[in-house]
Design a protein around this ligand. Sequence first.
Ligand code: SF4
Length: 207
Amino acid sequence: MAVHLVGRSAPANLRLSGAVPFRGAMVVRGHLLGTTFLDEESFEQARIDCQGGTDAKRGDQCLACPRLLSYEDGDEPGEVVVTCAWAHFDPVSARMTGVRALVAVPSTTECGEAARLADEVGVHHLLVVDGGSLVGVASSRDLRTDALAPVSSVMAGEVFAVAPSASLGEAAAAMSALNIGCLPVVRDGLVVGIVTLGDLRRAGLQA
Ligand code: SF4
């Protein structure tokens, strides 16, 4: 069993050569203030619903934002549609599920019990932790093979993980290259979170 850290300057980086770089974009909307005519001046004053839920931004902040790809009129009068680069350079810590919400089981847990737990809390991956150390990851599909078998017999014992400071783009590239649906997030050898394909999709991953 081994935990490999992926991402910048991590030993497992070589496994990522050939990873498809992420080229996503996400569309957010906003509205012009006091006019329906869109030009740079009116856009500077516009209110933009930044990145699906975080604080609204003014258009001049978008113009200074490295993520801005384009802006154009929307369908409604005064509506503006902004296309932003996906936040591939944001840190994993911005989108991961943190330690308080982590769901982990010891490797001796029976698969049936672990599967029930995964269903109950609505997760697709369980971390397997023995004596405080991460020893594997089990998907809900793995857990359905034999209800009485211990989790250790079905889990992936070779675990790939990222640091919280790794970028979401690195995490996406790692998941794509390794064909996995989640990465535990590890700091100084301790699990501090998990980032899943679902988290990346919610962040705007389209590729
Ligand atoms: S361009 Fe930047 S500030 Fe504007 S909506 Fe996109 S991410 Fe937010």
